[in-house]
Design a protein. Structure first.
Length: 164
């Protein structure tokens, strides 16, 4: 039901090809607008006005996600039950560019890269240790972020219509 309401809001904002991705809260849509800030503001207002959802939105284009995939960002690492590969999308580029999460002394979470074009921090976490993962990310990058597994990023990209 929630995804249906999200789709309805996006359609009421004039977006086309609106589809949701799993229950992740991610929406794929088509628009002629290419300015991410304008889109984020428009979506944020629509979600607040129509559903009472406060908070930010982060928009990435198909091209940005495809480029992120094409870089081989995680190398030979694999997403498993024990080891999660995650992507944290930032609203703004970090300063300085992250190389580690110093709060994690036992290496249960480590940064393996940063993709400047997608403004995305790539991390690997030991899922067997259950560190306060999101708290660490928010402490380092602020609360205007969204984190998805690498598998979810793949699913999002597959939901985009093929470019003509």
């Amino acid at each position: 039901m929630r995804n249906e309401k999200l789709r309805e809001v996006f359609e009421s904002l004039g977006f086309t090809g609106v589809t949701s991705v799993l229950s992740s809260g991610n929406i794929v849509f088509a628009t002629d607008s290419t300015d991410p800030k304008t889109l984020e503001d428009r979506i944020r207002s629509g979600l607040r006005d129509e559903l009472g959802i406060a908070g930010g939105t982060i928009v990435r284009s198909r091209a940005e996600l495809q480029d992120l995939m094409d870089t081989g960002s995680f190398g030979d690492l694999e997403h498993t039950r024990e080891t999660y590969l995650t992507v944290t999308f930032l609203k703004e580029p970090p300063d300085p560019v992250p190389e580690s999460l110093p709060e994690v002394a036992d290496s249960t979470v480590r940064i393996v890269g940063y993709d400047a074009a997608a403004r995305a921090v790539l991390t690997v976490s030991d899922n067997t240790a259950s560190p306060p993962f999101m708290t660490l990310l928010e402490r380092r990058f602020g609360t205007d972020i969204t984190t998805r597994t690498w598998l979810t990023v793949h699913r999002i990209l597959k939901r985009f219509p093929e470019q003509s």
